[in-house]
Write a protein that binds this ligand. Structure first.
Ligand code: FAD
Length: 380
């Protein structure tokens, strides 16, 4: 699949300026301080609602379901700006990025008309229930299961590493709805679990930073009504894989530590005469430019309705390594200079270093992505 060079239209650049102005105003008003990895860990429902009011959530969805019918590239520049500023976007991130498109494609009319407008207003938040204890990369081996009863399904099992489960309203849960056959991908389904249902309990797993972001989720005889099944019973594998293409293709896969890069440049300008530092930053910026071109190319494919699985895997693999590299370059430059007094920089660096082990794991590990790429180019 060939990636085209994307030229952003004037209208798209206007959207960028609107978002940029909004973010500058919010920063000046003290609403947020730029953070690394803000799309995963900075949860601010009020901020999400403000974005919803401006039409920056569910941007590409039909107006009928609360969307704005904007292009994928317009959505791209909005997400790019939100990430570049390190703004607190975690609350709505999964719902806007993947649950909305999932429901649009596979959801029933009730789910689309009731839930999508609430996502687009920044009122309802989702978590993703895929991984289980002993089941991460080999997703088809999950053991959470649902049994058919009158009017719905009775769900039992547990999920792990569930980002934001303690604060989200719903969790899209992959589960087994019929016993395993020779084809392990058959008999899986997606159920939308209301997190306030009886039988749902959430236990925190704290990050190295001390933040509560991850969870274990226990599901004991949780009743899920029929109208909360997403798509078709038995088609959960196909649907989840389509969802992962959205999960892997966005600019959050190379911009998680961008606020640190900005501050690093400021530090180099203000506090050191480190020539090696400028060379290292120059290399980072060159890589960033290439990654951005590739990522925009993926957004262009989405715009054309193409599912860019292999290219998205490639961008995610290269992009997440790049995010880690920013943290590493910044750490090495600072450790060779004792004069850095910029406290903003120090705090961004600490965040980036402590969050970076997860970058190449979440959304599919490096090894799994390379397997997908190898299969895609016919060498596996
Ligand atoms: C920050 C963060 C947020 C997350 N949020 C969520 C979430 O919201 N919801 C959710 O469901 N999950 C979430 N996860 C979990 C994530 O999807 C899993 O960690 C990931 O899929 C890997 O699974 P695992 O941890 O079980 O590792 P394993 O699958 O056990 O893998 C361990 C190691 O073995 C390698 N490996 C495994 N299989 C192969 C193979 N076939 N070939 C070569 N190497 C292999 C892997 O690459 C990895 O290095 C999150 C993870 C992180 C770090």
């Amino acid at each position: 699949m060939e990636l085209e060079t994307i030229q952003l239209s004037q209208k798209t650049e206007q959207v960028r300026h609107q978002v940029r102005n909004f973010l500058k105003e919010e920063m000046e008003a003290g609403t947020f301080i730029p953070q690394c990895d803000s799309w995963l860990s900075k949860w601010d429902p009020e901020f999400s609602r403000k974005l919803g009011q401006r039409g920056w959530l569910g941007m590409t969805w039909p107006k009928q379901y609360g969307g704005q019918e904007r292009t994928a590239l317009e959505r791209y520049v909005v997400t790019e700006e939100l990430l570049a500023f390190g703004s607190p976007v975690a609350a709505h991130w999964f719902a806007d990025r993947q649950t909305g498109p999932l429901l649009l494609r596979y959801g029933n009319e009730k789910q689309k008309s009731e839930i999508l407008p609430r996502i687009a207003r920044g009122e309802v938040f989702f978590s993703i229930g895929l991984s289980e204890p002993n089941t991460g990369s080999d997703l088809a081996s999950i053991s959470t299961n649902a049994r058919k009863i009158d009017g719905g399904w009775l769900l039992n099992g547990s999920k792990i590493w569930t980002s934001g489960a303690h604060r989200s309203h719903y969790m899209v849960t992959l589960c087994r709805t019929s016993t395993k056959t020779d084809n392990r991908h058959e008999g899986l389904s997606q159920l939308m679990v209301d997190m306030s249902s009886s039988g749902v309990s959430v236990r925190p797993i704290h990050l190295m930073t001390g933040e509560h972001h991850f969870n274990e989720v226990f599901l004991e005889d949780v009743f899920v009504p029929d109208d909360m099944v997403v798509g078709t019973i038995g088609d959960g594998w196909k649907q989840s894989m389509a969802e992962l293409a959205f999960e892997r293709s966005g600019p959050e896969r190379f911009l998680s530590t961008f606020p640190l890069l900005v501050e690093l440049i400021r530090v180099l300008q203000q506090e050191t005469t480190n020539e090696g530092g400028f060379t290292a930053v120059g290399r980072l910026v060159a890589r960033l430019t290439t990654l951005r071109e590739m990522s925009l190319g993926v957004a262009g494919l989405l715009e054309q309705g193409v599912s860019p699985d292999i290219t998205a895997a490639l961008v995610k693999d290269l992009g997440t390594q790049f995010e880690c590299q920013i943290a590493e370059v910044a750490r090495l430059l600072v450790s060779s200079s004792t004069r850095v007094a910029n406290s903003r920089f120090k705090s961004l660096l600490a965040d980036a270093v402590l969050h970076s082990p997860g970058f190449t794991l979440r959304g599919g590990t490096t090894e799994i992505l390379r397997g997908i790429i190898a299969r895609g180019v016919g060498i596996r």
